[in-house]
Ligand binder design. Structure first.
Ligand SMILES: [Zn+2]
Length: 128
């Protein structure tokens, strides 16, 4: 049986995590690299040439061949979310750091885990 690379990867400390994914721009780069490891490819026609712009807060790609527009998060877990990517990444980091998982109650506790859910709810209110 081949080794599961994810299961045996080196742990990431919180300072290392924040260095890599502490800003929305870092998180966007990570999503983009995971989604298009060989660079953007139009989901409609498959062409590579494109332009990039912001539609609100979301990074958006426009195909130069067919003009199709696609946000970075379209078709991903983060689609239709107004919560900043850095908070999604932080929540995923915290959830992955304990063997027993992390309850939403713990995620919501301001002092211990940074109040991720409190911030998510605040962001939802601001976006509404
Ligand atoms: Zn296209």
């Amino acid at each position: 049986m081949p080794m599961n690379r994810i299961q045996f990867q080196a742990e990431l400390s919180l300072p290392e995590f924040l260095d890599r994914y502490g800003t929305d721009e870092n998180c966007e780069e990570a999503v983009e690299a995971a989604r298009w490891p060989d660079g953007f490819r139009c989901p409609k026609c498959g062409a590579h040439p494109h332009s990039v712009f912001r539609k609100g807060t979301r990074k958006t790609f426009q195909c130069s061949a067919c003009r199709y527009q696609c946000s970075l998060t379209a078709g991903t877990l983060f689609q239709n979310s107004h919560v900043p990517l850095r908070l999604w990444f932080l929540a995923m980091y915290l959830l992955s750091q304990t063997k027993t998982g992390l309850s939403t109650l713990e995620l919501n506790r301001p002092g211990k885990r940074g109040g991720c859910l409190v911030e998510v709810k605040r962001q939802r209110r601001l976006a509404a």
